[in-house]
Write a protein of this length. Structure first.
Length: 158
């Protein structure tokens, strides 16, 4: 009778690979690599208008309710901090100052989560003591939420 068991080494290698990155995470990394190549090709031609059209196209592709959240966040961020430049970052809308991402939107469908995320990177000026929030779960946006996001974005770029 033939022994059909896999060696421990080959099983472990396969299991490690599947535990490292999900398909969604690998897809996001590929999108980021493509964004960097595209920006390098554009060179000095890359401007705010190119980034904005890319972001608006990405938001338009999103299913509801992510699309509505993305559209509303885009409007809030543009109104609160017009100096931020829209750009794609890991395949999702982001807003940068001097080429560095300050805040971003991650649709719920991106990683098959139950809520979308609006977050800030370390370049955002949001420091408050030794601990402060850097990301928020979004399922909808109320007027109070919109006002809070607008104030956070203003503070982030101050």
């Amino acid at each position: 009778m033939k022994d059909t068991r896999k060696s421990a080494e080959s099983t472990t290698a396969t299991d490690k690979t599947s535990e490292r990155w999900t398909d969604e995470e690998r897809g996001a990394m590929k999108q980021r690599a493509q964004e960097l190549k595209s920006a390098a090709r554009r060179g000095s031609r890359a401007d705010k208008a190119d980034g904005e059209s890319d972001v608006l196209a990405k938001i338009a592709e999103l299913p509801e309710p992510d699309r509505a959240l993305g559209e509303r966040l885009h409007a809030i961020i543009k109104a609160s901090a017009p100096a931020l430049s829209p750009k794609l970052w890991y395949g999702m809308p982001a807003y940068a100052k001097d080429g560095k991402v300050v805040c971003f939107f991650q649709a719920a469908q991106k990683f098959k989560t139950r809520y979308a995320t609006f977050g800030f990177n370390d370049t955002a000026n949001l420091d408050e003591g030794a601990m402060w929030p850097t990301a928020f779960a979004l399922t909808e946006l109320t007027a109070a939420d919109e006002a809070r996001i607008g104030a956070l974005v203003k503070k982030a770029v101050s």
